[in-house]
Write a protein that binds this ligand. Structure first.
Ligand SMILES: C[S@@+](CC[C@H](N)C(=O)[O-])C[C@H]1O[C@@H](n2cnc3c(N)ncnc32)[C@H](O)[C@@H]1O
Length: 355
């Protein structure tokens, strides 16, 4: 990176391959402006999510360079638009385009973007409608889950991606210590984690429960693709309305990832926690993983994901409990929290609950 001084006397960092700032300034561009960076960052976010949907990152991971023409031909996408999107990524050093313009190469921040791409799918695809209509929804006070147009399918796909990187290593560590025959995941989304459990534990059966039909469709497809459809039952249901049934009778462990806050306010969440043994009569353990409210500090700086999570839930009129809220709730419930383990998603942890 080279460092240059802009008109306001501020030092700014420019990628080494950028034309000199003075040259750009002479042509009337405001390259170093804060708003210019924000504008381009939004486009880079769109580029990460769209290129991730087309598997660009996966294809680039295992090779030193990828032919842009071949990539576009394989995915039947327009090469000019793809080159522009790659340019949006190049500005942030996620990729580099070769000087002959034929190849795309990993940039300095490729690995970081590879790991974090699920957050961008979540933000841009899962909640895209909300960001596009935020002003009008706010002005009309149209808050609520049904107003903000979130995409259950994309949230499921995003959770699968960031979950594999930032949740599973911690979760499987906790699971290792348990013995179980039938496990259920509530709010299972893509069910990818349940399918991973089935592969790891060949004698176990699983039940995936989700209120969102589009998420369950992703789960159904994944179970078929992985040849595990006979060992997993997928149920379209809202946990809050569930009663015991034959499918639920033998479940001894339940898990839930990034859904617990949806069960608040406190009184209804507490009542449901206490009712779980009626719904699942053989239940002994509940592994509850969730993102909690970030502490308020003097600094406006938040890590990746947190602000998007908090704004979207404010728009859904959904209270996000703090870690203390959760711990006080467990203390008042039938459940004992035997361990709290932080995971690699900001302000998120696993609560290991026992009856
Ligand atoms: C943020 S997503 C997480 C998906 C998945 N657990 C993961 O980690 O990838 C939360 C999921 O919980 C589901 N959900 C929310 N409230 C629910 C309820 N009351 N009963 C069943 N599923 C629910 C949503 O439809 C969504 O698929």
């Amino acid at each position: 990176m080279s460092r240059e001084i802009d008109e306001g006397g501020n030092t700014c960092s420019m990628p080494a391959w950028c034309p000199p700032l003075a040259d750009m300034r002479a042509r009337g561009f405001h390259l170093s402006s804060q708003t210019g960076m924000i504008f381009n960052a939004v486009l880079a976010a769109a580029a990460i999510s769209s290129m991730s949907e087309l598997h660009l990152f996966d294809e680039m991971k295992g090779c030193t360079r990828l032919s842009i023409e071949e990539f576009c031909g394989r995915h039947r996408v327009d090469a000019a638009t793809t080159r522009s999107l790659l340019g949006a990524l190049e500005q942030f050093e996620i990729v580099r385009i070769s000087s002959c313009q034929q190849f795309v190469i990993q940039g300095r921040y490729f690995s970081e973007a590879y790991g974090d791409k699920g957050y961008f799918l979540w933000l841009m695809n899962g909640y895209g409608y909300l960001w596009q209509h935020l002003g009008e929804l706010l002005a009309a006070d149209q808050r609520g889950v049904n107003s903000i147009g979130r995409s259950g399918k994309h949230i499921a796909l995003a959770g699968w991606d960031y979950g594999a990187n930032f949740v599973d290593p911690y979760f499987f560590d906790v699971l290792e210590a348990l013995s179980f025959r039938v496990i259920a995941d509530i709010g299972c989304g893509s069910a990818e984690r349940l399918l991973n459990i089935l592969e790891r534990y060949p004698t176990v059966c699983a039940v995936g429960i989700d209120v969102n039909a589009d998420a369950l469709e992703v789960a159904r497809q994944r179970a078929q693709e992985r040849g595990l459809q006979d060992r997993v039952t997928l149920m379209h249901a809202d946990l809050r309305d569930m009663r015991c049934s034959t499918v639920l009778e033998n479940i001894d462990v339940i898990t839930s990832f990034f859904m617990g806050h949806d069960l608040w306010p406190r009184e209804s969440c507490l009542a449901l926690l206490n009712r779980l043994p009626e719904i699942f009569p053989k239940l002994r353990r509940f592994i509850l993983c969730d993102t909690f409210r970030s502490p308020s500090t003097d600094s406006p700086i938040k890590p990746i994901f947190t602000r998007g999570f908090e704004i979207s839930h404010a728009m859904m009129n959904q209270y996000i409990p703090t870690v203390t809220d959760w711990q006080e709730l467990f203390a008042d419930s039938r459940w004992m929290c035997i361990e709290r383990r932080d995971i690699a998603i900001p302000f998120s942890c696993i609560f290991d609950l026992r009856l």
